[in-house]
Design a protein around this ligand. Structure first.
Ligand code: BES
Ligand code: ZN
Ligand code: ZN
Length: 492
């Protein structure tokens, strides 16, 4: 992994391949001294309007030995008043990707130039750089030497030393945990079978208590939802429980959907829809990655993670449309579409979490295509029974750049998932209207009284392209978000 550290040097004294300098739009004042050293080349760029500091604009200048650094990379940060940590994170990712492809191995970064919280600014730059440096190359053998990485980033002199150190420390942990989640999501689905995801849980830091329930234990517990979805699969299911206890308060429960491959089952997906369905365990991976970060940072919280894990496959043993499933809570589900399997396994996941008497439950799931229709990949949908928890998640989303947008949980949606012959049905309206909302309404039937929030990450869990600090594939969306929620947790 890329190494990040704070160095005492500044832009004018940094000795290395490249120094990266943030610039606000039409503001060359803060670059005045650099401009002088470079014989006015920056002012003439501005004068010719070639580089004006527009958001995410890049401009590489060779210093021709006028400075100790060989190159200066100017990075546009847009309007000064509008430069928040997420813009810095993206700018940092954008610059890192550019330099990585240019073959630069180490650079100095002076991107944290905006006003405001020094820790947040430095942390955003560190996260952006590490995340942008990530690529999933485990299975590449051809021309592997051509795949470049940056080895290290030097964060240039920051006045608020203590805050900056903290930003580097937390940024490194969060980005590393997100890369760990990305690896799990990107691992091919025939490799990352349920037992392999359980192995990832077992590899969490020693301070995390890990239990993995096998099929026998899952049967004893009567987790009929998880068993039904698993019925068509050769690989046995797992139910993962992890706990980090660094507070005497009751736990905060995180529940993650862990479908290691979603073919749709007998309600088979089309080839196109199936392409990326190894990502359907992102919720479970993010829960594990969050607990890893919480343990690495030794946050003073008590948190438990739960993940029902299985494939969803067609076979002559598969659960079928028309089946009625008896879940662990004894509530029954009429199955109308085997591709709406996430909610069926989460029924058991949520009910099991509630039995542990947590203060609150937050679940994460790549639950519905409908949520992508509503919000795209730009934000997750958040809903639930606790406006307090939902509000905290939205605020954490705004702080961390992992935005969550509220979806309603009206009674009408609960009506739409009522069944004539069972307690609930796993499909709302036949035309799938309000698909993200009927899915959430379904889940609400399995949380009796605990304050609960549900985050549908189907959109942001996966990126279709390399952009800013995302690479094509899993994003790790949710780790920064949940760690922020836990860090600022207060009794409800
Ligand atoms: N895993 C999918 C949802 C999904 C779709 C995630 C695309 C990421 C990208 C989920 O299990 C699913 O198939 N949902 C169905 C539900 C429908 C059958 C009611 C959907 O959204 O189409
Ligand atoms: Zn599905
Ligand atoms: Zn699914």
């Amino acid at each position: 992994m890329m190494e990040c550290k704070i160095v005492e040097q500044d832009v004018l004294s940094y000795k290395g391949e490249c120094v990266v300098v943030g610039c606000f739009e039409n503001d060359r004042k803060i670059l005045a001294e650099l401009d002088r050293k470079l014989d006015g080349r920056i002012s003439s760029l501005f004068g010719r309007k070639e580089f004006v500091g527009e958001l995410f604009q890049l401009w590489m200048i060779s210093t021709m030995k006028k400075l100790p650094a060989e190159h200066v990379l100017l990075v546009g940060l847009g309007k000064q008043g509008e430069c928040d940590p997420e813009k810095l994170r993206r700018a940092s990712g954008h610059a890192t990707r550019y330099l990585r492809e240019a073959g630069v191995k180490r650079f100095g970064a002076a991107l944290h130039v905006a006003q405001g919280d020094a820790q947040a600014r430095v942390q955003a730059v560190v996260e952006g750089a590490i995340l942008a440096n990530y690529r999933y190359v485990t299975y590449r053998t051809v021309e592997k030497e051509k795949i470049r990485f940056v080895d290290g980033v030097d964060i240039l002199a920051v006045r608020e030393k203590k805050e900056a150190e903290q930003g580097v420390r937390e940024g490194q942990v969060l980005a590393a945990c997100q890369c760990w989640v990305r690896d799990l999501v990107n691992t091919p689905p025939s490799v990352l079978v349920p037992e392999k995801l359980a192995d990832a849980a077992r590899a969490l830091p020693k301070s995390v208590k890990v239990s993995v329930f096998d099929k026998k234990k899952i049967e004893q517990l009567g987790m009929g939802g998880l068993l039904a979805v698993n019925a068509g699969s050769t690989h046995e299911p797992r139910f993962i429980v992890v706990e980090y206890k660094n507070s005497s308060a009751p736990p905060i429960a995180l529940v993650g959907k862990g479908i290691t491959f979603d073919s749709g089952g007998l309600s088979l997906k089309t080839a196109d829809q199936m392409e990326d369905m190894k990502m359907d365990m992102a919720g479970a991976a993010v829960v594990l990655g969050t607990i890893k970060a919480v343990a690495d940072l030794q946050l003073p919280v008590h948190v438990m993670g739960f993940a029902p894990v299985t494939e969803n496959m067609p076979s002559s043993l598969s659960y079928k449309p028309g089946d009625i499933v008896v879940t662990m809570s004894k509530k029954t589900i009429e199955v109308l579409n085997t591709d709406a399997e996430g909610r069926v396994v989460l029924a058991d996941g949520l009910a099991y979490a509630e039995r542990q008497k947590p203060q609150a439950i937050i679940d994460l799931a790549t639950l519905t295509g409908a949520c992508i229709v509503a919000l795209g990949t730009v934000a997750a949908g958040v809903t639930g029974t606790s406006q307090e928890v939902i509000g905290r998640i939205q605020n954490a989303g705004n702080r961390t750049g992992e935005r969550c947008w509220p979806l309603p949980l009206f009674d009408e949606y609960k009506e739409m998932v009522k069944s004539e012959i069972a307690d609930v049905r796993n499909l709302g309206h036949p035309h799938r209207e309000a698909g993200a909302l009927t899915a959430a309404a379904f889940l609400s039937a399995f949380v009796e009284k605990t304050p609960w929030a549900h985050i549908d990450i189907a959109g942001p869990a996966w990126s279709d392209a390399d952009k800013f600090y995302w690479s094509k594939g899993g994003t790790g969306f949710g780790v920064r978000l949940l760690v922020d929620v836990l860090k600022s947790w207060k009794k409800i």
